[in-house]
Design a protein. Structure first.
Length: 139
């Protein structure tokens, strides 16, 4: 997908806003303890932020698995993000798959809640990096 600068900025801004709103959806469901739903929203919040980062840096990925790999290759292995943050993003993906598709296992509080604060931090860090990258591209 070939984007001009204006289109890239619009998509990146939209996805970062969507990441924030989706994380808020997860937060609002914490009191109701819908753990599979919360895991889903946490993953998608991270996904929207990471996909914005990839777009602003000219990387393309058509599947969730490819986005995970590209993020790992270009941002974790290079030290922009920590190995722990890379593992967290992978864990969120696995939890989302488990919660959405596994008929034999229901996510529970201990699976999801400990990851909430680190997910908030991951999204904040990814959004900051995406915005900084976007600024560099517009100068």
């Amino acid at each position: 997908m070939s984007l001009n600068q204006e289109e890239r900025e619009a998509i990146v801004t939209y996805r970062l806003e969507k990441a924030t709103k989706t994380l808020e959806e997860a937060r609002c469901n914490l009191p109701m303890k819908f753990w599979s739903l919360i895991a889903n929203r946490m993953y998608y919040a991270a996904y929207y932020a990471v996909s914005a980062l990839l777009i602003v840096n000219g990387h393309t990925a058509k599947t969730h698995e490819t986005i995970l790999r590209v993020f790992g290759l270009h941002f974790v292995k290079t030290g922009v993000f920590s190995t722990e943050q890379g593992r967290l993003y992978n864990k969120l993906f696995t939890l989302r798959l488990t919660g959405d598709y596994n008929d034999h296992y229901d996510l529970e509080e201990q699976d999801v809640l400990p990851l909430f604060a680190p997910t908030e931090q991951l999204i904040a860090d990814v959004a900051k990096e995406a915005r900084e990258s976007l600024k560099k591209k517009t100068l």
